[in-house]
Ligand binder design. Sequence first.
Ligand code: NAP
Length: 307
Amino acid sequence: MTGRPHVLLSAAVSLDGHLDDTGPDRLMLSGPEDFERVDALRADSDAILVGANTLRSDDSRLLVASAERRAERVRRGLPEHPLKVTVTASGGLASHLRLWHSGGDKLVFTVDATADALRDRLGGLAEVVSTGPVIDWGALLDELGRRGVRRLMVEGGQTVHTQLVAGDLADEIQLAVAPVLVGDAAAPRFLGTAEYPGGPASRMRLLGADVVGDVVLLRLAPKDREPEDAAPEDVLRTGDAGGVPPEDAAPGGAAPGGVPSEGAAPEGSASGDAAPEDTASGDAAPDDPSPEDDAPTDGPPEGSRPR
Ligand SMILES: NC(=O)c1ccc[n+]([C@@H]2O[C@H](COP(=O)([O-])OP(=O)(O)OC[C@H]3O[C@@H](n4cnc5c(N)ncnc54)[C@H](OP(=O)(O)O)[C@@H]3O)[C@@H](O)[C@H]2O)c1
Protein backbone atom coordinates (compact mmCIF):
# COMPACT_ATOMS: atom_id res chain seq x y z
CA MET A 1 0.00 0.00 0.00
CA THR A 2 1.72 3.18 -1.14
CA GLY A 3 -1.11 5.54 -2.12
CA ARG A 4 -2.11 8.41 0.10
CA PRO A 5 -5.07 7.82 2.42
CA HIS A 6 -8.53 9.25 1.99
CA VAL A 7 -8.44 12.33 4.22
CA LEU A 8 -11.62 13.08 6.16
CA LEU A 9 -11.75 16.29 8.20
CA SER A 10 -14.15 16.06 11.12
CA ALA A 11 -15.11 18.94 13.37
CA ALA A 12 -17.91 20.43 15.40
CA VAL A 13 -18.44 24.16 15.13
CA SER A 14 -20.63 26.78 16.70
CA LEU A 15 -23.13 28.62 14.56
CA ASP A 16 -20.58 31.42 14.25
CA GLY A 17 -17.89 29.03 13.01
CA HIS A 18 -15.77 28.40 16.09
CA LEU A 19 -14.19 25.12 17.21
CA ASP A 20 -13.93 26.24 20.80
CA ASP A 21 -14.13 29.31 23.00
CA THR A 22 -11.12 30.86 24.69
CA GLY A 23 -11.89 29.60 28.18
CA PRO A 24 -9.77 27.03 30.01
CA ASP A 25 -12.29 24.20 29.60
CA ARG A 26 -13.26 22.60 26.35
CA LEU A 27 -16.50 23.94 24.92
CA MET A 28 -19.44 21.56 24.56
CA LEU A 29 -20.61 21.67 20.96
CA SER A 30 -22.02 18.25 20.00
CA GLY A 31 -24.59 16.12 21.75
CA PRO A 32 -24.67 12.38 22.50
CA GLU A 33 -26.04 11.41 19.09
CA ASP A 34 -23.19 13.19 17.38
CA PHE A 35 -20.61 11.58 19.68
CA GLU A 36 -21.90 8.24 18.47
CA ARG A 37 -21.45 9.34 14.88
CA VAL A 38 -17.89 10.49 15.61
CA ASP A 39 -17.13 7.24 17.41
CA ALA A 40 -18.35 5.26 14.38
CA LEU A 41 -16.14 7.39 12.13
CA ARG A 42 -13.16 6.70 14.37
CA ALA A 43 -13.87 2.99 14.25
CA ASP A 44 -13.94 3.15 10.44
CA SER A 45 -10.58 4.90 10.27
CA ASP A 46 -7.10 3.46 10.09
CA ALA A 47 -5.61 6.53 11.75
CA ILE A 48 -6.74 9.66 13.59
CA LEU A 49 -4.68 12.86 13.44
CA VAL A 50 -4.80 15.99 15.59
CA GLY A 51 -2.47 18.97 15.81
CA ALA A 52 -0.21 19.41 18.81
CA ASN A 53 -2.25 22.31 20.20
CA THR A 54 -5.37 20.18 20.32
CA LEU A 55 -3.42 17.50 22.12
CA ARG A 56 -2.02 20.00 24.60
CA SER A 57 -5.34 21.77 25.23
CA ASP A 58 -7.77 18.85 25.15
CA ASP A 59 -5.49 16.02 26.30
CA SER A 60 -7.59 13.67 24.14
CA ARG A 61 -6.96 9.94 24.01
CA LEU A 62 -8.53 9.48 20.56
CA LEU A 63 -9.97 6.08 21.33
CA VAL A 64 -12.90 4.15 19.93
CA ALA A 65 -15.33 4.26 22.85
CA SER A 66 -17.75 1.53 21.83
CA ALA A 67 -16.73 -1.98 22.91
CA GLU A 68 -18.83 -3.39 20.05
CA ARG A 69 -17.01 -1.31 17.48
CA ARG A 70 -13.64 -2.27 18.94
CA ALA A 71 -14.62 -5.94 18.81
CA GLU A 72 -15.74 -5.52 15.20
CA ARG A 73 -12.37 -4.00 14.32
CA VAL A 74 -10.60 -6.97 15.88
CA ARG A 75 -12.88 -9.35 13.95
CA ARG A 76 -11.76 -7.55 10.78
CA GLY A 77 -8.13 -8.19 11.71
CA LEU A 78 -7.50 -4.57 12.76
CA PRO A 79 -6.07 -3.25 16.00
CA GLU A 80 -8.71 -2.30 18.59
CA HIS A 81 -8.00 1.40 18.09
CA PRO A 82 -6.78 3.30 15.03
CA LEU A 83 -3.22 4.59 14.83
CA LYS A 84 -3.00 7.93 16.67
CA VAL A 85 -1.04 10.61 14.86
CA THR A 86 0.02 14.12 15.81
CA VAL A 87 2.08 16.90 14.27
CA THR A 88 4.48 19.26 16.04
CA ALA A 89 7.33 21.48 14.97
CA SER A 90 8.28 22.71 18.45
CA GLY A 91 8.38 19.19 19.87
CA GLY A 92 6.57 20.57 22.91
CA LEU A 93 4.59 17.48 23.82
CA ALA A 94 4.81 16.31 27.42
CA SER A 95 5.23 12.64 28.22
CA HIS A 96 2.28 12.73 30.64
CA LEU A 97 -0.32 13.41 27.92
CA ARG A 98 -3.04 10.77 28.08
CA LEU A 99 -2.72 9.93 24.40
CA TRP A 100 0.59 8.14 25.00
CA HIS A 101 -0.79 6.06 27.86
CA SER A 102 -3.96 4.71 26.22
CA GLY A 103 -4.67 2.16 23.50
CA GLY A 104 -3.46 2.26 19.90
CA ASP A 105 -0.07 2.85 18.31
CA LYS A 106 1.19 6.43 18.36
CA LEU A 107 3.08 8.28 15.66
CA VAL A 108 4.44 11.84 15.84
CA PHE A 109 5.47 13.80 12.77
CA THR A 110 7.97 16.55 13.45
CA VAL A 111 10.95 18.37 11.95
CA ASP A 112 14.68 17.59 11.92
CA ALA A 113 15.51 20.28 14.50
CA THR A 114 13.41 18.69 17.25
CA ALA A 115 13.12 15.02 16.31
CA ASP A 116 15.96 13.72 18.48
CA ALA A 117 14.95 15.68 21.57
CA LEU A 118 11.35 14.54 21.19
CA ARG A 119 12.42 10.91 20.78
CA ASP A 120 14.43 11.22 24.00
CA ARG A 121 11.51 12.77 25.87
CA LEU A 122 8.91 10.29 24.72
CA GLY A 123 11.14 7.24 24.91
CA GLY A 124 9.11 4.27 23.72
CA LEU A 125 5.76 6.02 24.16
CA ALA A 126 5.50 6.97 20.46
CA GLU A 127 7.36 6.65 17.21
CA VAL A 128 8.81 9.97 16.05
CA VAL A 129 9.29 10.66 12.33
CA SER A 130 10.75 13.83 10.81
CA THR A 131 9.47 15.14 7.48
CA GLY A 132 12.64 17.27 7.06
CA PRO A 133 13.30 20.92 7.91
CA VAL A 134 9.57 21.69 7.92
CA ILE A 135 6.33 19.78 8.28
CA ASP A 136 5.64 18.44 4.79
CA TRP A 137 2.01 17.33 4.56
CA GLY A 138 2.54 15.48 1.30
CA ALA A 139 5.39 13.49 2.81
CA LEU A 140 3.28 12.84 5.92
CA LEU A 141 0.40 11.44 3.86
CA ASP A 142 2.82 9.37 1.74
CA GLU A 143 4.32 7.90 4.90
CA LEU A 144 0.88 7.05 6.31
CA GLY A 145 0.00 5.40 3.00
CA ARG A 146 3.19 3.33 3.16
CA ARG A 147 2.11 2.18 6.59
CA GLY A 148 -1.21 0.92 5.22
CA VAL A 149 -3.41 3.82 6.31
CA ARG A 150 -6.23 4.04 3.80
CA ARG A 151 -8.65 6.19 5.79
CA LEU A 152 -7.29 9.09 7.82
CA MET A 153 -9.65 11.00 10.09
CA VAL A 154 -8.40 14.46 11.03
CA GLU A 155 -9.93 15.90 14.19
CA GLY A 156 -8.46 19.41 14.25
CA GLY A 157 -7.62 21.97 15.19
CA GLN A 158 -7.87 25.10 13.09
CA THR A 159 -4.21 25.14 11.99
CA VAL A 160 -4.27 21.57 10.76
CA HIS A 161 -7.66 21.78 9.03
CA THR A 162 -6.68 25.06 7.34
CA GLN A 163 -3.47 23.65 5.88
CA LEU A 164 -5.10 20.50 4.59
CA VAL A 165 -7.93 22.37 2.86
CA ALA A 166 -5.61 25.10 1.54
CA GLY A 167 -3.25 22.42 0.23
CA ASP A 168 -6.13 20.64 -1.52
CA LEU A 169 -5.34 17.54 0.52
CA ALA A 170 -8.74 16.97 2.14
CA ASP A 171 -11.08 14.56 0.38
CA GLU A 172 -14.10 14.95 2.62
CA ILE A 173 -15.36 17.26 5.35
CA GLN A 174 -17.89 16.31 8.00
CA LEU A 175 -18.88 19.41 9.89
CA ALA A 176 -21.37 19.32 12.75
CA VAL A 177 -22.91 22.75 13.18
CA ALA A 178 -24.17 23.26 16.72
CA PRO A 179 -26.80 25.74 17.88
CA VAL A 180 -24.26 27.59 20.00
CA LEU A 181 -22.79 31.07 19.65
CA VAL A 182 -19.24 31.79 20.81
CA GLY A 183 -19.06 35.44 19.86
CA ASP A 184 -15.32 35.80 20.42
CA ALA A 185 -13.10 36.59 17.44
CA ALA A 186 -10.08 35.23 19.31
CA ALA A 187 -11.58 31.74 19.50
CA PRO A 188 -10.28 29.14 17.00
CA ARG A 189 -12.32 28.59 13.88
CA PHE A 190 -12.78 25.49 11.76
CA LEU A 191 -10.76 27.19 9.01
CA GLY A 192 -8.56 30.26 9.25
CA THR A 193 -7.08 32.73 6.82
CA ALA A 194 -5.56 31.06 3.75
CA GLU A 195 -5.58 31.04 -0.01
CA TYR A 196 -8.07 28.26 -0.61
CA PRO A 197 -8.16 26.42 -3.93
CA GLY A 198 -10.39 28.23 -6.39
CA GLY A 199 -10.90 31.20 -4.05
CA PRO A 200 -14.25 32.39 -2.74
CA ALA A 201 -15.97 32.03 -6.12
CA SER A 202 -15.49 28.26 -6.15
CA ARG A 203 -18.13 26.07 -4.48
CA MET A 204 -17.49 22.69 -2.90
CA ARG A 205 -19.93 19.92 -3.60
CA LEU A 206 -22.39 19.30 -0.80
CA LEU A 207 -22.76 15.54 -0.36
CA GLY A 208 -25.57 15.78 2.15
CA ALA A 209 -26.97 17.34 5.29
CA ASP A 210 -28.42 15.37 8.17
CA VAL A 211 -29.98 16.31 11.47
CA VAL A 212 -28.13 14.55 14.27
CA GLY A 213 -29.71 15.38 17.63
CA ASP A 214 -29.63 19.17 17.74
CA VAL A 215 -26.71 19.61 15.35
CA VAL A 216 -26.74 19.67 11.57
CA LEU A 217 -24.12 17.53 9.92
CA LEU A 218 -22.80 18.86 6.63
CA ARG A 219 -20.86 16.48 4.40
CA LEU A 220 -18.77 18.12 1.73
CA ALA A 221 -16.33 17.07 -0.98
CA PRO A 222 -13.77 19.90 -0.96
CA LYS A 223 -11.88 18.75 -4.05
CA ASP A 224 -15.05 18.46 -6.08
CA ARG A 225 -15.50 22.11 -6.97
CA GLU A 226 -17.82 23.86 -9.32
CA PRO A 227 -16.03 26.01 -11.89
CA GLU A 228 -15.87 29.67 -11.05
CA ASP A 229 -18.18 30.60 -13.92
CA ALA A 230 -20.84 27.97 -13.12
CA ALA A 231 -24.37 29.26 -13.56
CA PRO A 232 -26.22 29.65 -10.26
CA GLU A 233 -28.83 27.04 -11.21
CA ASP A 234 -26.02 24.54 -11.71
CA VAL A 235 -24.47 25.08 -8.34
CA LEU A 236 -27.59 25.14 -6.17
CA ARG A 237 -27.92 21.42 -6.40
CA THR A 238 -28.59 20.56 -2.78
CA GLY A 239 -31.38 22.24 -1.03
CA ASP A 240 -31.87 20.71 2.36
CA ALA A 241 -28.90 22.57 3.75
CA GLY A 242 -28.45 25.21 1.07
CA GLY A 243 -28.92 28.81 1.98
CA VAL A 244 -31.22 31.19 0.22
CA PRO A 245 -29.53 32.32 -2.99
CA PRO A 246 -28.78 35.97 -3.52
CA GLU A 247 -31.73 37.89 -4.92
CA ASP A 248 -30.22 38.02 -8.37
CA ALA A 249 -28.73 34.53 -8.38
CA ALA A 250 -31.56 32.39 -9.73
CA PRO A 251 -32.56 33.62 -13.14
CA GLY A 252 -33.74 30.13 -14.06
CA GLY A 253 -36.28 30.24 -11.28
CA ALA A 254 -34.42 27.79 -9.04
CA ALA A 255 -36.23 27.41 -5.76
CA PRO A 256 -34.23 28.52 -2.72
CA GLY A 257 -34.35 24.98 -1.45
CA GLY A 258 -32.95 23.44 -4.63
CA VAL A 259 -32.92 19.68 -5.23
CA PRO A 260 -32.10 17.27 -2.40
CA SER A 261 -28.76 15.56 -2.84
CA GLU A 262 -28.46 11.87 -3.49
CA GLY A 263 -28.39 9.96 -0.24
CA ALA A 264 -29.47 12.88 1.89
CA ALA A 265 -31.65 11.96 4.83
CA PRO A 266 -35.32 12.89 4.71
CA GLU A 267 -36.19 16.18 6.24
CA GLY A 268 -35.81 16.24 9.97
CA SER A 269 -34.35 12.75 10.19
CA ALA A 270 -31.29 11.75 12.13
CA SER A 271 -28.33 10.41 10.19
CA GLY A 272 -28.35 6.70 9.49
CA ASP A 273 -25.65 5.75 11.93
CA ALA A 274 -26.58 8.07 14.71
CA ALA A 275 -30.24 7.62 15.46
CA PRO A 276 -30.91 8.69 19.05
CA GLU A 277 -32.43 5.33 19.98
CA ASP A 278 -29.28 3.57 18.83
CA THR A 279 -26.91 5.61 20.89
CA ALA A 280 -25.08 4.15 23.82
CA SER A 281 -25.19 7.44 25.64
CA GLY A 282 -28.55 8.81 24.65
CA ASP A 283 -29.28 10.04 28.13
CA ALA A 284 -25.98 11.78 28.55
CA ALA A 285 -26.08 15.30 29.91
CA PRO A 286 -24.49 18.04 27.77
CA ASP A 287 -21.31 18.00 29.81
CA ASP A 288 -20.91 14.26 29.84
CA PRO A 289 -17.63 12.77 28.69
CA SER A 290 -16.75 12.41 25.03
CA PRO A 291 -16.87 9.02 23.30
CA GLU A 292 -13.20 8.52 23.92
CA ASP A 293 -13.81 9.16 27.55
CA ASP A 294 -16.49 6.49 27.70
CA ALA A 295 -13.86 3.92 26.85
CA PRO A 296 -13.22 1.60 29.73
CA THR A 297 -9.46 2.06 29.66
CA ASP A 298 -9.49 4.92 32.09
CA GLY A 299 -11.79 7.21 33.98
CA PRO A 300 -13.45 10.31 32.57
CA PRO A 301 -11.31 13.45 32.46
CA GLU A 302 -12.23 16.74 34.03
CA GLY A 303 -13.54 19.43 31.76
CA SER A 304 -14.06 17.06 28.89
CA ARG A 305 -15.84 18.13 25.76
CA PRO A 306 -17.14 15.63 23.30
CA ARG A 307 -15.88 15.79 19.78
N1 NAP B 1 -14.67 21.43 17.91
C1 NAP B 1 -13.85 20.56 17.37
O1 NAP B 1 -14.28 19.66 16.63
C2 NAP B 1 -12.38 20.65 17.66
C3 NAP B 1 -11.53 19.67 17.17
C4 NAP B 1 -10.15 19.81 17.39
C5 NAP B 1 -9.67 20.90 18.08
N2 NAP B 1 -10.51 21.82 18.55
C6 NAP B 1 -9.98 23.00 19.22
O2 NAP B 1 -9.06 23.66 18.33
C7 NAP B 1 -8.10 24.36 19.13
C8 NAP B 1 -6.70 24.03 18.63
O3 NAP B 1 -6.54 24.50 17.30
P1 NAP B 1 -5.15 25.15 16.86
O4 NAP B 1 -5.30 25.71 15.51
O5 NAP B 1 -4.67 26.06 17.93
O6 NAP B 1 -4.13 23.95 16.90
P2 NAP B 1 -3.94 22.55 16.14
O7 NAP B 1 -4.30 22.67 14.71
O8 NAP B 1 -4.57 21.49 16.95
O9 NAP B 1 -2.37 22.35 16.30
C9 NAP B 1 -1.47 23.30 15.76
C10 NAP B 1 -0.07 22.82 16.07
O10 NAP B 1 0.26 21.68 15.28
C11 NAP B 1 1.61 21.78 14.85
N3 NAP B 1 1.59 22.04 13.40
C12 NAP B 1 0.53 21.89 12.57
N4 NAP B 1 0.88 22.17 11.31
C13 NAP B 1 2.17 22.52 11.34
C14 NAP B 1 3.12 22.92 10.35
N5 NAP B 1 2.81 23.02 9.04
N6 NAP B 1 4.36 23.23 10.73
C15 NAP B 1 4.71 23.14 12.01
N7 NAP B 1 3.88 22.74 13.00
C16 NAP B 1 2.62 22.44 12.66
C17 NAP B 1 2.21 22.94 15.61
O11 NAP B 1 2.61 22.36 16.85
P3 NAP B 1 3.80 22.98 17.74
O12 NAP B 1 3.26 24.25 18.30
O13 NAP B 1 4.05 21.93 18.78
O14 NAP B 1 4.97 23.19 16.82
C18 NAP B 1 1.01 23.85 15.77
O15 NAP B 1 1.16 24.78 16.80
C19 NAP B 1 -8.33 23.94 20.56
O16 NAP B 1 -9.08 24.95 21.19
C20 NAP B 1 -9.17 22.69 20.44
O17 NAP B 1 -9.99 22.47 21.55
C21 NAP B 1 -11.86 21.71 18.38
